[in-house]
Design a protein around this ligand. Structure first.
Ligand code: HEC
Length: 140
C-alpha cells in the first residue's frame, strides 16, 4: 500500500468528511424521483467507507506506535525521532535507520543494543511492530 504521512492522512480524512457532508441528503430530498440518485449516493458512501476501512488498520498501527513512542522512546530519541546528541541516538528517519528491515528494527527494539534498553517482556510483540510502523512514518 502506498505510504502517506500523518499530515496527508488527516487531510484526506477532512476532505472525505467534507465530501460526505456536502453530498449527504437534505430533508426533502427523499422524494420518489430522487430514489435513484439516493441509491447511487449510498453506493458511493459504501465504497468510500470500504476504501477507508482498508486504509485504516496500518494507520491505526502507526497511531498506536506514536503513543507508545511518546511514552517510552521519545526521552532518548527525541519527540520527533531526530535523535539526541546527549544520548548518542541517530535520526530514526535517516537513511541509516530506514534501510534496516522491519525484522532488524523489531530485533533492535526487542533485544536492545548498546545503551538502547531491551523491550522484550516490557512491550507486547504487537506494540513493537506498531513502533516499527511508526518509525517508517518518520522516513525523510
Ligand atoms: C535509554 C535511552 C533509550 C530509550 C528509552 C530507547 N532507546 Fe532506542 N536507542 C538508544 C541508543 C543509545 C541507540 C543507539 C544504539 C547503538 O547504536 O549502539 C538506540 C538505537 C535504536 C534503534 C536503532 C538500532 C540500530 O541498530 O542502530 C532503534 C530502531 C531504536 N533505538 C528504537 C527505539 C524505540 C522504538 C524505543 C522505545 C520503545 C527506544 N528505542 C527507546 C537509546 C534508547
Amino acid at each position: 500500500m502506498a505510504k502517506i504521512s500523518f499530515g496527508e492522512y488527516i487531510y484526506l480524512r477532512r476532505r472525505l468528511a467534507a465530501l460526505l457532508f456536502i453530498s449527504w441528503p437534505q430533508e426533502g430530498d427523499f422524494s420518489e424521483e430522487n430514489e435513484n440518485m439516493m441509491m447511487k449516493l449510498h453506493e458511493r458512501v459504501a465504497l468510500f467507507s470500504f476504501v477507508i476501512a482498508l486504509a485504516l488498520p496500518p494507520m491505526a498501527a502507526a497511531q498506536g506506535g506514536a503513543d507508545t513512542y511518546k511514552a517510552k522512546c521519545a526521552m532518548c530519541h527525541g519527540a520527533d525521532g531526530s535523535g539526541k546528541a546527549s544520548m548518542g541516538t541517530k535520526d530514526l528517519g535517516s537513511a541509516d535507520i530506514q534501510k534496516m528491515s522491519d525484522a532488524d528494527l523489531n530485533a533492535a527494539i526487542t533485544n536492545g543494543k548498546g545503551k538502547m534498553p531491551a523491550y522484550k517482556g516490557k512491550l507486547t510483540d504487537a506494540q513493537i511492530s506498531d513502533l516499527v510502523s511508526y518509525i517508517r512514518t518518520l522516513k525523510k
